[in-house]
Design a protein around this ligand. Structure first.
Ligand SMILES: CC(C)(COP(=O)(O)OP(=O)(O)OC[C@H]1O[C@@H](n2cnc3c(N)ncnc32)[C@H](O)[C@@H]1OP(=O)(O)O)[C@@H](O)C(=O)NCCC(=O)NCCSC(=O)CC(=O)O
Length: 443
């Protein structure tokens, strides 16, 4: 395969309009603090547009930057900086006049939708270990074919739902060519709605500071299989999902507890993918794991609009509780593995009804143990984000991908663009292992 070339042609800073945001300090809530241990996130949107290179530089890019600036006025924490002073000081976010998002413009000679294209993403790297930017953006122009918008963000600043809110607001401002405040809902940027009655922030921060960096929460799966990795997407059609829901429900007739559990699309898709990723890992590496070893699935559940917490749907920041589902290897890898996984995931989700923050004081300490002693798969994204509704006035994106998925130990979820109710599952695996995964999914 011939390597494509991506060359950087411009770098600039885009800030909110001068004087539109005053100096503001945003404290971190306990929801934000756990993400101090995590890598930055990356998402990319591809749009098909027939313009020549000159039209991008003269018209498309200036308009994108101008609308970005207007959007940042409302989502200013993305232009702000994360400050991490040494203990005993607390980390926080601060916006000062002039703070900006770094914007890189690149040009590629690849096909817009060539998924093997090397995504040369801007990082949030900073020379200062105590100050980090919260967002960087890369526009990659594919002359006569399209443009991609790559967003790298610091999860400490916001979760996936907030990022999608930002993207859709930016798209709405760009589409209407002005800052029409009726075309999107304003984010709720104050932190006063997050009540920390149990002192969770200080417990989590203390635990995180005690974690050995080698126990970093999001470790990748081994070093030997990382070369030649590709980002790939599998689709589960709605009909297949419904079939799987029925199958799991009918094979659980004697499980009284299951009456309370909703076999949602999320539950069955996660169960199916989790089992297959673990099977793929065993096919590649063989398994020396004890049958009693715990295999775990970790995902975030949104806490906005939960009755007991009263956090508005437009809340900007992190608002995820963390769910860890563990099943013994023997059961997960057995014939009934997908059904067992689905029931275990469904039960954990229904338990959130008893209090979404139960056990939150142990998030950091438990997860360190889980990553140390168990085999972990993480889930990113959500079909609820409706990423394909991010319309800058050019119609729906042709494709949207999450890029930061850990190889062989994570996957992302999004709605499928063609099949209403279908789900796209994004994964990063070795190019030479794709046939193995295809075979498992077919089976
Ligand atoms: C707890 C969950 C994970 C899973 O809950 P559930 O199993 O109950 O599934 P669910 O909430 O999707 O939906 C349950 C049922 O409610 C109905 N339902 C749900 N959402 C609906 C909607 N928008 N419109 C209409 N109906 C809807 C459906 O009937 C669905 O059943 P059916 O499915 O059968 O039709 C979810 O609720 C949740 O919190 N999702 C968001 C997770 C998230 O924000 N992740 C991002 C992490 S940050 C990150 O990763 C970074 C990044 O993204 O960049």
């Amino acid at each position: 395969m011939e390597a494509s070339r991506v060359k950087v042609i411009d770098q600039s800073q885009v800030a909110p309009p001068p004087g539109s945001v005053s100096t503001t300090t945003v404290p971190l809530t306990f929801f934000d603090i756990l993400w101090l241990s995590c890598n930055t996130m990356q998402r990319i949107f591809f749009y098909e547009l027939p313009y020549p290179a000159l039209h991008y530089t003269q018209t498309v890019l200036p308009r994108l930057k101008e609308s970005l600036s207007l959007t940042l006025r409302h989502f200013f924490p993305f232009a702000a900086k994360l400050m991490c002073p040494p203990p005993p000081h607390q980390p926080y976010i601060v916006y000062n006049e002039g703070d900006a998002v770094q914007v890189t413009v690149a040009e590629s000679d690849a096909d817009l939708l060539n998924h093997f294209v090397e995504l040369s993403f801007v990082s949030l790297a900073s020379n200062d270990t105590q100050v980090a930017p919260n967002m960087a953006i890369q526009f990659t122009v594919f002359p006569n074919s399209g443009i991609s918008i790559g967003v790298t963000f610091n999860h400490v600043a916001a979760d996936g739902r907030s990022v999608q809110h930002f993207m859709k607001s930016w798209a709405a401002i760009h589409r209407s060519q002005r800052e029409d405040l009726t075309s999107f809902s304003l984010p709720y940027c104050k932190r006063d709605v997050i009540k920390d009655t149990q002192g969770l922030s200080s417990v989590l921060l203390k635990d995180l500071r005690n974690i050995n960096t080698e126990d970093h929460l999001l470790r990748d799966f081994g070093g030997d299989v990382l070369a030649d990795n590709v980002l790939t997407t599998f689709t589960m059609k709605r009909a297949k999902i419904e079939q799987m829901k029925r199958w799991i429900t009918t094979h659980s007739e004697n499980d009284d507890e299951l009456g309370q559990v909703h076999m949602s699309t999320y539950v069955v898709t996660c169960a199916f993918t989790w089992v297959n990723i673990m099977k793929l890992r065993e096919k590649i590496r063989g398994s020396s794991d004890n049958d009693d070893m715990l295999y775990s699935l970790l995902f975030g559940a949104d806490c906005r609009e939960r009755f007991e917490l009263s956090i508005p749907g437009t809340y900007f920041g992190n608002c995820l509780t963390h769910v860890c589902v563990s099943v013994k290897r023997r059961e997960l890898m057995g014939e009934a593995g997908i059904g067992i996984a689905a029931r275990a995931i469904g039960r954990k989700i229904s338990e959130l009804g008893k209090g979404a923050l139960r056990g939150a004081e142990k998030w950091a300490s438990n997860f360190t143990e889980v990553f140390k002693h168990q085999r972990v798969v993480t889930v990113a994204g959500s079909p609820k984000f409706r990423v394909y509704e991010t319309d800058f006035g050019w119609g729906r994106p042709k494709k949207s991908d999450m890029v930061h998925i850990p190889p062989y130990s994570g996957f992302s979820l999004a709605e499928n663009i063609e099949d209403d109710g279908g789900i796209d599952i994004g994964m990063v695996i070795g190019l030479d292992k794709l046939h193995l995964l295809n075979a498992l999914f077919e089976q």
